[in-house]
Write a protein that binds this ligand. Structure first.
Ligand code: ZN
Ligand code: MN
Length: 504
């Protein structure tokens, strides 16, 4: 019996009675050039069914071969998550019918995953400041992606109401790593943030490893959210629901929150939670019932007879361990120390997705302060206004360092620098070319500046008199007048010197 019309219990109220328990399953599409078990290309966005062969179409007689690069990526992910690496592991067939799965089974791993028993740590903001939560990793195993169905006709793009459906097998057989946590307990009211932070952490990690582009909006990283509630003080896990394919960090957080409220509603009404998969609806922020969850035995898993076991040598594993990049959290801490940013500044930089850009800008010669000023002050705003990713504006770290060098050389000032950024975003060339083409260079010719200063003094006798009387602060009004006449193209510091030397 499915309970569909139960009232939600507000999140805070639900937390008074229950402790949430989460299990997160994240599928990461690897960025290997070829598929998991054949040589087909994995490039995203190609014409449907142009990247297929007898193996990934499951034609009779075709035999799979394991992609060595995918195994390497799997091991590196496992090591970065502090997992043990199995010296010997096998693939298994997971049998079920799905139109976009041409072999009628998914080649996956079952009781012998390549990576197991790991852990990682995520930090979130709590009422008491930053707090770290440890997340235990059950396993990370290799498998293949399915194809994609396209439902044509009908208003929603879903199968209900469609006139017909098309299947594209280009994605069928693309390597996936599925990372499964153990039940995450003890997060209380922070469960939604911990879930979000964990997925963000994984995304950062696989990007740092260079094994996936982890674009949630393109589906190359997807999260299934398992959630159950335990009455406070109980020690038996409740029945869970599994919300499939949640496709953004924000949605992960919202889906956990929603499921807590829904489960509490069902339980408070004296009903039972149905173990089932659920669909997340981005637009309305709710989940709806999918299919009743199958148990593992329903899939009739059995060892894949066409593939040899994966048996990485100890030397290879140690080689891969030695070549792991600096963990993202450690790197952030190191850079923050080197740059002298406050916690708040660092958080803004990370939040704006500008960490790599600033690192490259500093490497190109700008100071950390200048690099942050331009990326966060000018460029993050432009990115926001236009809905463009900050690294997609057409402005490079080298450009930003060059703009700052022009400011330091007093050839332009900060205000003119903004016009240079306008030119960069518009694709008008390099900063140097834009300064020349737009005629932005500051006037450093003292003759022209002195003439403008004289005119400003003549036009503002009261202000000039105040400065003569020692009220130096009044100079601002004269500087403003000169800058206006020079259309901003003057060195304000030099203008001030000229004014004070005339009236001092
Ligand atoms: Zn193929
Ligand atoms: Mn899977």
């Amino acid at each position: 019996m499915t309970a569909t019309h139960t009232e939600l219990v507000p999140f805070d109220q639900a937390l008074e009675t229950y402790d949430p328990v989460m299990g997160l399953e994240v599928h990461v599409e690897l960025n290997t050039a070829s598929k998991m078990f054949c040589g087909c290309s994995t490039v995203f966005g190609a014409e449907p069914n142009t990247q297929v062969c007898p193996t990934c179409l499951g034609l009779p007689g075709a035999l799979p071969v394991v992609n060595g690069k995918a195994v390497e990526s799997a091991i590196r992910i496992g090591l970065a998550l502090n997992c043990s690496i199995a010296p010997w592991s096998r693939f298994a067939r997971k049998n079920y019918f799905y139109p976009d799965m041409p072999k009628n089974f998914q080649t996956s791993q079952y009781d012998e995953p390549i990576c197991f028993e790991g852990w990682t740590e995520v930090t979130i903001e709590t009422d008491e400041g930053p707090q770290a939560f440890r997340v235990e990793i059950e396993r990370a195993h290799m498998e293949e992606d399915t194809g994609k169905s396209l439902h044509v006709g009908g208003a929603t793009g879903r199968i209900h109401g469609a006139d017909y459906s098309l299947v594209d097998y280009n994605r069928a057989g693309i390597p996936l790593i599925e990372i499964v946590t153990k039940p995450i307990v003890g997060t209380g009211k922070y469960a939604p943030q911990v879930a979000r932070a964990y997925v963000a952490h994984l995304r950062e990690l696989v990007k740092a490893l260079g094994v996936s582009d982890a674009r949630m909006e393109q589906g190359s990283m997807r999260c299934d959210v398992n959630l159950s509630l335990m009455p406070k003080g109980a020690d038996v896990l409740g029945t869970r629901s599994e919300t499939k394919n949640v496709n953004s960090l924000r949605s992960v957080e919202r889906a956990v929150r929603y499921e807590v409220e829904r489960h509490a509603g069902v339980l408070d009404a004296g009903q039972k939670i149905v173990q089932e998969t659920r669909h997340w609806h981005e637009d309305t922020g709710v989940t709806t019932s999918g299919r009743e969850k199958s148990d593992a035995e329903d899939y009739r898993y059995f060892p894949e007879p066409d593939l040899v076991p994966v048996a990485p040598s100890e030397e290879w594993i140690e080689e891969l361990r030695a070549s792991l990049p600096e963990p993202p959290a450690q790197r952030r801490g190191r850079l923050q120390g080197e740059w002298g940013y406050s916690d708040l500044e660092m958080r803004d930089v990370v939040g704006a997705g500008a960490l790599d850009l600033i690192e490259a800008t500093v490497a190109a010669g700008a100071t950390p302060t200048a690099a942050r000023k331009w990326w966060l002050g000018e460029l993050a705003r432009r990115a926001n206004d236009t809905g463009t990713p900050i690294d997609g504006l057409g402005v490079t770290p080298a450009h930003v360092a060059e703009v700052q060098a022009l400011v330091d050389a007093k050839r332009i000032n900060d205000k003119l620098a903004r016009q240079v950024f306008d030119g960069l975003v518009a694709g008008e060339g390099t900063p140097e070319e834009i300064v020349v083409a737009r005629g932005l260079e500051v006037v450093s010719d003292d003759g022209a500046l002195t003439a403008a200063v004289d005119r400003a003094i003549e036009a503002n006798p009261d202000v000039a008199a105040k400065i003569r009387d020692g009220k130096v602060a009044a100079a601002g009004a004269l500087i403003g007048a000169v800058m206006k006449e020079m259309r901003g193209q003057a060195d304000a510091g030099r203008v001030r010197e000229l004014i004070l030397s005339k009236l001092g």
